[in-house]
Design a protein around this ligand. Sequence first.
Ligand code: NAD
Length: 372
Amino acid sequence: MGGSTIVGILRERARTERRVALVPDVVAKLAAAGIGVLVETHAGDGAWFGDDAYAAAGATVVSRPEVYRGAGVIACVQPPDDAEDGLSPGQTLLGLLAPAEHPDLLRRLTGRGVTAISLDLLPRTLSRAQSMDALTSQANIAGYRAAVLAAATYGGFFPMLTTAAGTIRPAAVLVLGAGVAGLQAIGTARRLGAVVTAYDVRPESRAEAESVGARFLQLGVGDATGAGGYARALSADEQARLQRALDEQIGRFDVVITTAKVPGRRPPVLVTEAALKNLRPGAVVVDIAAGELGGNVAGSVPDTTVVTDGGVTVVGAGNLPAGMAPAASTAYARNVAALLTHLVRDGALTIDPADEIAAAVVVTVPADGGTP
Ligand code: NAD
């Protein structure tokens, strides 16, 4: 691709999406770096960024077909539903493309000569990639939002209160999975005054959870650290042991927040139906992992709240960052801009296979029809 780079921003059309891939502040910074921006009309409405603000920042606000026609790179949050109609060979699609969830779409796009760049594939432990790490920026928001949502749903106080009528004990909160979202959920629940306990299968998460104020729970499963800082999937035996230990211990908690994921796989079920039965009526469970691939809680459905026969409220959290669209879009836009400015050389988007970041984020689809 030659000449100057033009980035196109579409209005996100997924049902629960309110985020937008670039915000006006970041448009202005890209302009200063020689990257032009085309924005579809009303693209930022869901995050409270109006067309006027984009225009004032130097973007050109146009129709959706004009964005597709005029941009070399389409930056998105989720893959657009009309990507196949809109994108032409030689163009690039950049976003949280979730290759494990959309293998067929990505196979067809890349097969037609579209370059797919997925922020989900960014190396997580490379310090020079931190400013581009959209999974981290969005998981931080999800963790914060989950703790606030749990506090608002729970019928008691999070903090200990000493009142004229006596002392009220603080809520006991359990956070399962102490990665980025889990650590933020722990910190937020602690700041609200709850007593927080955490669990993760990666032993190194213990010190991190304790440093933000949680006690660490032992559930009898050994080290399950996998590649790239992520957890590996548990064996059936480990999974059963973990579930049994949790079934026994869960009853003493008022609130459970689950964040456990394994890249590209169905999230492990940690809170079983038996565990739900062992929780007290009024307890609240927020499943951040609930999504298209499943969740951490038996029966949880994304974007749906159910109350069990035993009086436990199970919130299938779904797209939590979209609930804080202005903050989430701003953070995401900075990640997108950091990646774009890294990839643009002499005005053109350049994928240097010798560059560790570029080599990781470009979606490559096996010719044999396997998963990208
Ligand atoms: P994630 O969203 O894939 O998973 C969330 C957490 O669930 C992880 O901590 C994982 O260990 C845990 N988990 C998985 N299976 C579990 C199970 N059966 N029971 C309990 N917990 C389970 O992870 P993430 O939050 O995206 O973090 C991934 C890694 O990237 C972590 O090691 C994190 O520290 C690292 N990271 C590093 C940096 C950095 O170095 N700058 C930045 C961001 C993330």
